[in-house]
Every structure is written in C-alpha cells, then in structure tokens.
Design a protein around this ligand. Structure first.
Ligand code: FAD
Ligand code: MLT
Ligand code: ZN
Length: 470
C-alpha cells in the first residue's frame, strides 16, 4: 500500500506524471557530471502551477523533502535527490508552455519548464532576441537558468539570467503561490522579492513561471576568431575594442590552445578556422543594427592597433551563418570534448578582469608543479572575468584514477587562489551540493548568517532542496 501522501499525489497528477519508487538508474536521479546518484520516493511532473502548488502542499504537510529539477544540466548536483529514497523529485519538464510574447514591452512570459532554446526561437520568430545562451541550451530550462542565475556566452553585453527577469511566479515551500508576472519595468513598492529566488538553486521555493526581458534583434552579427598570444594580450585587446566600439561587443570568449586542440581531437568534424596559428584564441561577437559593414571596418581598424600594441595574430570573420555556427560550435563543444576525453576536474572561477591574467598564469604554474604533465583546458567568459580552469589527467594516469586522487587537492588549489584574490569559487554554475561546504567555510560570516535567516523564514521546516547551498 502507498503511503498516504503518495496516494494524495496520485489524485493530483495524471497517471503518466507520477513515478513511485523510480529505479536508481533513472537518468533524472543522476546529475550531469555523474557525481551523484540519488534515490527518490517519487518523481512528479506537474503540468500547471495549481498542480505544482497542490503537490508541494501535500509534501509539506507530510513533512517530505522536495527537490526541484529543470533540465538536469546543472554542474553542482543541485537537482539530484539524496540517497535516502525519502525525497520527492519535482521535475518541471511538463510545465513547458510559452504563455505570452509582448513586442511593445519586449517581454516573454513562460512556464518555468520551457527549454531555453525553445524560448530563444519563440523570441526570434517574432523578431526579438532572448540573449541568454549557453552550450546546454537545448536541454536546460528557464526555471533552472533563473534558479542558478546562469551566465553563458553573452553576459558581457546583456548580463546574467537575473538581469533578464522582469517577473516571477513561485510556489513557496508550504504550497502557497506568490505571483508577480506583471513584468513592470518600474515598481518600487517595497522589497524586490523576486531577487530571493534567483540564484537560490531551488532552496527557497519552486519557480513556476517567469517574465523574461527580450532585446531588439540585431540585423547583423559580426563573429570573429582571433589568435592571441596569451590572456594578458586578450584582456588588453578587449579594453581597446571597447574604447573603439563601445558596448556592441556581445561576447568575448577565450580559448586556450590546449582547450581548442582537445576539442578538435575529440570532435573530428570540427575545423580550426586559423590552422596556421600557434597561439591561443578569442571568439568574439559584435551586434549591429544595420548591415554591419561599418562595424566590421571599425573592428578591422581597431584590430590593426591591437596587432601593433598587443601582438595579436590573424583574425577571420565569419562570412555567413554556417561559418558563424561553426565558430560557435568549437567554443560550445569544449565541455563535450573534455567529457569524451574521460572528464576533467572542473572549475568556474572569477576575479576582477584586471587580475585575470596574473591569476591564471600563477595557477597554471602551481597546478603543473603539483601534477606534472596534467593538461589544463582553460577557456571561458574572459569579458566577465570568469574562466573555466579545467584540469585533465596526465598521459600516465587514467582519467578515473586522476579524478579520484586529485579532484580535492586541485580544486582546493584553484578555489583558494580565487578566494585569496577576492574572486569567486563559483562565478556562474552555483553551489548545489558540490560546493556547499566551501561556501560555509569561505563566505563572510555575516552574509552566511543572513542567508540562513532567509532560508529559515521562507522554509522553516527545511523541506525545500535540503542539503543544497546551505
Ligand atoms: P537543473 O540542473 O535541473 O537545476 C539546477 C538547480 O536549479 C538545482 O538546484 C535545481 O534544484 C534548481 N531548479 C531547477 N529548476 C528550478 C525551478 N523551476 N525552480 C526552482 N529551482 C529550480 N551554466 C552557465 O551558467 N553558463 C554556461 O555557459 C553553461 N554552459 C553549460 C554547457 C554545458 C554543455 C552544460 C552541460 C552545462 C552548462 N551550464 C552552464 C550549466 C547549466 O546548464 C546551467 O546551470 C543551467 O542554468 C541549469 O539549468 P537546468 O534547467 O538544467 O537546471
Ligand atoms: C561553458 O562556459 O562552456 C560552461 O560553463 C563550462 C563547462 O561546461 O564546463
Ligand atoms: Zn561557462
């Protein structure tokens, strides 16, 4: 016989929307990086906010812990239940309706389970741009993006997910619905409550719908692949380009030679746009609201200065959408290439952009001294001061053995280097379960106390994604 609360859930949800005692091999119980394998009393997939609210209310009354899950692409184990088998996994994939697109207000309103790429396409079909973009966009969901305050490839110009949210609807840990989907540009009536839920990784409530801000869609995108000797030169080049071109630079992504070569080896249908280059690389994109010819000329002139001043090398500009797609595929495939190579010890750190080069050079030196021969796949969102410092096994060790023996000490090395420079150990991927203890040991104590007070106020029984973040 089912426990009473599961019986109640079966009356709220359709027969295909509730799986009781799912097998541990169910992919929804394993995180993207396969660091955690959870168990669950049930997996539920509500279709409406009302259903979600009823589900949460039933679980809360039965004192059952809940784990919200979007596309399950997160990197910190935040969407995976623990091993007790007592938690309910609430997967939002069936709440996937786009509710409204308002061209005058430049907003899109959607249920939280809408896949990011579907939201991007819906905006593009109406000649607008949803600028949030990342390698996982075919799977991750708006609710997950907002809950992790995801960054991605165009933060430089448009900000992180948080900056794109104009309104939220949230099911609170007791099942109440808090709805603020008006999408107003201006509303100073007290605390901005939506801020609590963004970046909270599902620990304060479940986002059921959101209003996201759109942008006018650029008429032309200038996408350029540039050779650069090192990070320092790339940072100087970005500063120079900003002086010359203003804020039309939407992306400025760094790819170390090691990261690019690894990608070319692992995904052999990809091609290096600069095969003769011997240095590192930058992929940049600029947005124009005309045919882009003038901006391309300005870029060329600015790069001529960069060649003289900062020793940058050759540059190739995409001539059509196919080429643009090819350039981006190289950048977006780096995580997949690392996976195919057996996986890496991943990091997502940020420091002030002025400290970025010195930080990375020293870290590279220290890491290589610690594990001679290891491969460092360094790449990321240079324009945001955020790099992924991912470390792969040296040829003498298998990837599995390397990760088992070295994940903790190498991560400690990388994270302490970032923290010691007033940087962040998690620039965009969040905390989840993976970095919870690091947060507890490194966050300012007053800030941590405030976070705990907020958690206790909104979730006094600790039922919403327990063991994550805090
Ligand atoms: P999930 O993984 O399902 O969940 C993430 C967290 O949010 C969990 O704590 C979960 O409990 C919570 N959550 C999910 N949905 C809700 C909801 N509706 N309400 C409340 N809480 C919820 N991240 C970046 O920031 N930038 C990148 O460039 C980037 N690139 C990536 C590339 C690849 C190939 C991959 C695999 C991942 C990448 N990521 C990146 C990480 C990941 O895609 C993002 O963190 C994304 O925002 C997670 O969305 P999701 O829907 O998959 O969330
Ligand atoms: C990216 O920028 O590609 C991701 O955030 C990093 C990763 O997938 O490891
Ligand atoms: Zn990233």
């Amino acid at each position: 016989m089912l426990p009473a609360y599961l019986e109640q859930l079966s009356h709220i949800l359709g027969p295909n929307d509730l799986v009781v005692s799912p097998a541990q091999s169910n992919p929804l119980l394993i995180d993207e990086r396969q660091l955690y394998r959870g168990r669950a009393a049930a997996i539920v997939q509500p279709r409406t906010t009302e259903q979600l609210s009823q589900v949460v209310s039933v679980c809360a009354k039965a004192n059952v812990a809940m784990v919200p899950q979007g596309g399950n692409t997160g990197y910190c184990g935040g969407a995976t239940p623990d091993e007790s088998g007592l938690q309910v996994l609430i997967n939002l994939s069936k709440m996937n309706q786009i509710l409204d697109i308002d061209a005058a207000s430049l907003t899109l309103t959607a249920q939280a389970g809408v896949v990011l790429a579907d939201a991007q396409n819906a905006a593009a079909n109406q000649d607008m741009l949803l600028p949030l973009s990342m390698g996982s966009q075919a799977s991750c969901q708006l609710g997950g993006n907002i809950s992790t305050n995801a960054g991605g490839l165009a933060v430089l110009r448009y900000g992180t997910a948080r900056e794109m949210v104009a309104g939220l609807e949230v099911v609170l840990p007791d099942g109440q619905i808090w709805s603020d989907l008006k999408g107003l540009r201006k509303d100073n009536t007290g605390y901005d409550l939506k801020q609590f839920f963004m970046g909270a990784e599902g620990t304060l409530g479940i986002i059921s719908a959101a209003v996201v801000r759109l942008q006018p869609r650029p008429r032309a995108q200038i996408t350029a692949f540039l050779e650069t000797p090192d990070l320092a030169s790339a940072v100087s080049t970005l500063m120079l380009l900003r002086e010359h071109l203003g804020d039309c630079i939407t992306s400025f992504e760094y790819m170390s030679r090691e990261a690019l070569m690894l990608t070319l080896v692992q995904l052999n249908d990809l091609r290096n746009p600069l095969p003769a280059a011997t240095g590192n690389f930058v992929l940049m994109e600029l947005a124009a609201f005309d045919d882009g010819a003038g901006l391309t000329e300005q870029l060329t002139r600015a790069l001529q200065v960069a060649i003289l001043k900062f020793d940058v090398g050759d540059c190739v500009v995409a001539q059509n959408d196919t080429q643009r797609g090819d350039f981006w595929r190289l950048r977006e495939s780096i995580p997949e290439a690392e996976k195919r190579a057996g996986g890496s010890i991943k990091h997502d750190v940020s420091v002030e952009i002025s400290k970025l080069s010195e930080f990375a050079v020293e870290l590279q030196k220290n890491t290589l001294a610690y594990v001679p021969g290891c491969r460092i796949s360094l790449y990321g969102h240079l324009g945001d001061g955020n790099i992924h410092f991912n470390v792969l096994a040296p040829p003498t060790l298998s990837a599995a053995q390397f990760k088992r023996e070295f994940a903790d000490p190498i991560s400690a090395l990388v994270h302490s280097a970032a923290i010691n420079r007033d940087g962040s150990f998690s620039a965009e991927h969040g905390v989840g379960r993976l970095k919870r203890d690091l947060l507890a040991s490194s966050k300012d104590p007053v800030g941590l106390q405030l976070m705990r007070k907020i958690k206790r106020t909104l979730d006094p029984n600790g039922l919403m994604n327990p063991g994550k973040v805090l």
